[in-house]
Design a protein around this ligand. Structure first.
Ligand code: NAP
Ligand code: 3JM
Length: 340
């Protein structure tokens, strides 16, 4: 029997997430029929390689999504707001990477290792939301612990790479480093302050409550994905001068007694997780090792000695892969296997 092929559109194809989509569809041999690459007028007419062939980039503005089965979207929140519903109405199932629809009660927010069953809810709008990169890697590591010990509270601090802010932020870090080594003053264009040799405790904009939008994404998305509003979450999100992979220091308090040994055992069997935890040998997850890989890496698993049932851990993952494009392609894989 001939394998069924699916027509796929990538909105934001020329971005860092968009290019990762192309790589991952090819690597995982996703059954693509037509591939339609979409971006703004800045890139319309450019070409990108897919499966050894040069494919043209078209203007998203004129797109009707007629004949497209799956839309992988990462063109920014306001652009998704405009085009994802249009695509959905035309019968294209959109997996959207922006924050636009994540908290919409009619849109499922999915991490396939954690809540694959939620995908069934896509039919209302034909849109499925991909969570924020920092949320994804944290919930992949915490879900097995929550299921067994019930997590009451999560305190997370992130160390997020510049690729999370797109291609221009990556160029900004390179340029600032070059300028500083050449005795020139670094230029600040995309990120709120100099990022070279610095840390910025601001990702996305500030809200009335003193938190950033990125921090509140971690709070609200975690609860929606766990389907549990009683989990208390508090976050501090920080941009660091790393190109790819986000790191997180995560502290959890559980209802049931828990030990680091139990957590290590549980996580070494967990889907999508690799435990790297041998401090005597200097082994723990680091962004340079996780970049380009699929798993969520967990180490520094130890008891929080300040409370009764507490654990500290260090979670690292490639934000462009599991944190964005890979998670979305995994959702599309479940869609074609179980739904369409
Ligand atoms: P990027 O490298 O700056 O790329 C942005 C992409 O969007 C480019 O392809 C750009 O096309 C396209 N674009 C921008 N404005 C557009 C418009 N008006 N119409 C059509 N296309 C437009 O950014 P990125 O890192 O790939 O991230 C893109 C978006 O994905 C983010 O804004 C965010 O919402 C989301 N994101 C999600 C996650 C996640 O799910 N975890 C992680 C990172 C990012 P041109 O080449 O024409 O400029
Ligand atoms: C990651 O256009 C925008 O406002 C996009 C900002 C953005 C987001 C977001 O809010 O969609 C940049 C980088 C994200 C995200 O994953 O939440």
């Amino acid at each position: 029997m001939k394998k069924k092929l699916y027509n796929v559109a990538i909105a934001g194809a020329t971005g860092v997430v968009g290019k990762e989509f192309l790589k991952i569809l090819e690597e995982r041999n996703f059954p693509v029929g037509e591939i339609r690459l979409l971006a703004s007028e800045r890139s319309a007419g450019a070409r990108l390689e897919f499966k050894g062939k040069e494919e043209p980039v078209r203007l998203l503005d004129e797109e009707t999504f007629e004949g497209i089965d799956i839309g992988l979207f990462s063109p920014g929140a306001s652009v998704s707001a405009k085009y994802a519903p249009k695509a959905g109405k035309a019968g294209c199932i959109v997996v959207d990477n922006t924050s636009q629809f994540r908290m919409d009660p009619d849109v499922p927010l999915v991490v396939p290792e954690v809540n694959p069953e939620a995908i069934a809810g896509y039919k209302k709008k034909n849109i499925i939301a991909n969570p924020n990169c920092s949320t994804i890697q944290m919930v992949v590591a915490l879900k097995p612990i929550h299921d067994k010990y019930r997590i009451k509270r999560i305190v997370v601090s992130t160390y997020q790479s510049v690729s999370g802010a797109g291609k221009e932020a990556m160029e900004e870090l390179s340029e600032q480093v070059r300028n500083l080594f050449n005795m020139r003053s670094p230029e600040v264009k995309v990120l709120p302050h100099q990022i070279a040799f610095n840390c910025l405790p601001q990702i996305d904009s500030f809200l009335e409550n003193g938190y950033t939008k990125e921090e509140m994404k971690m709070v609200n998305e975690t609860r929606k994905i766990f389907g549990d509003d009683t989990v208390r979450v508090t976050a501090t999100t920080v941009r660091v001068p790393v190109f790819v992979s986000h790191s997180e220091s995560v502290n959890i308090e559980t209802e049931k007694p828990i030990t680091p040994q139990e957590v290590k055992k549980l996580l070494s069997k967990a889907p999508g997780v690799t435990v790297v935890d041998d401090p005597k040998e200097g082994l723990y997850p680091m962004p340079i090792d996780a970049a380009g890989l699929d798993d969520v890496f967990v180490g520094r698993i130890r008891k929080d000695e300040s409370i009764e049932n507490g654990i500290n851990m260090w979670i690292v993952s490639d934000n462009l892969r599991k944190g964005a494009a890979l998670n979305a392609v995994q959702i599309a894989e479940v869609l074609i296997k179980d739904y369409i």
